[in-house]
Design a protein around this ligand. Structure first.
Ligand code: SAM
Length: 258
């Protein structure tokens, strides 16, 4: 299982703060249409950004819960959501959640399902905790189409290839509608939340994702000199106006029959 603690967790939270991270949450919030008093769950809540937005959407009469399998992420999310009423960020595994049956009106999971080995087990749990008529908004990335543009081609390919091991399901959105149907969900509408960035700076999604890629590449045996060179080449490409980054997260919206 990919461990989102330490530097990896820190970079992931910076990714979430960037406009590209916010765009994915906005797509989720729009599709869930939360109402005051509803109960909403974010599975793989990371730093708690969506949980706080859930809390604002459902108000003090509702419930906004974040769940994550990393203690560090839960601690960070709890701090980020402190002061918001009816909110809790808790430790737990998506495949075995400690919630009552039919206890949530809506749930979301952003860039998390593709890290879970047993996706059907997580979907069965989502189905169990949702009320009849409940809605799930799930975002996963088409990792085959995740690209940085700018560094020397062979180095770029080597680094991106090494990064592939960071996640067991590279193209989950393609399989997800079938999996959802087999798990008892009804319907699966899909839309891309495409990220296309031409700037590499400390407020860009690409910048913080490159740090994640670099950390995983070193873990996969690419030399730290090569990874450093790749990062320099990204910066140089930006300086010369030829930097590019493309990622295609896909939002899948599904529901439990009412
Ligand atoms: C890429 S991060 C995304 C975090 C957050 N959803 C966001 O958009 O910023 C994936 C998160 O899922 C969590 N995670 C991975 N596997 C999980 C599991 N089986 N159950 C619960 N959380 C899990 C990780 O600890 C990590 O915080």
């Amino acid at each position: 299982m990919t461990d989102f603690s330490g530097d990896i967790g820190l970079y992931q939270r910076r990714v979430a703060e960037c406009p590209g991270g916010a765009a994915q949450r906005m797509a989720v919030l729009r599709s869930l249409s939360l109402e005051i008093g509803q109960a909403a769950l974010d599975i793989g809540c990371g730093g708690g950004h969506l949980v706080r937005e859930f809390a604002i959407s459902v108000g003090s009469k509702g419930r906004a819960i974040g769940l994550d399998v990393s203690e560090e992420q839960v601690a960070s999310a709890s701090e980020y959501c402190a002061g918001y009423e009816a909110t809790a960020c808790v430790f737990g595994n998506a495949t075995d959640m400690d919630f009552e049956d039919a206890s949530f009106d809506k749930l979301a999971s952003i860039r998390t399902l593709e890290y879970i080995d047993d996706v059907p087990a997580a979907l069965a749990e989502m189905r169990r905790v949702l009320k009849p008529g409940g809605v799930a908004a799930l975002v996963s990335v088409l990792w085959d189409h995740f690209r940085f543009h700018g560094p020397a081609s062979s180095l770029n390919e080597r680094i991106l290839e090494a990064f592939r091991v960071h996640c067991p399901h590279q193209m989950l959105p393609m399989a997800l509608p079938g999996m959802l149907a087999r798990s008892g969900f009804v319907g699966a509408l899909q839309e891309p939340v495409t990220l296309f960035e031409r700037s590499f700076n400390e407020y860009s999604y690409a910048f913080w994702v490159s740090k994640l890629v670099a950390a995983f590449a070193v873990g996969e045996g690419v030399s730290s000199e090569d990874v450093e060179l790749w990062l320099q080449q990204l910066q140089q490409a930006d300086d010369e106006g030829r930097f590019g980054f493309v990622s295609v997260p896909v939002l899948t919206i599904t529901h439990v029959s009412g």
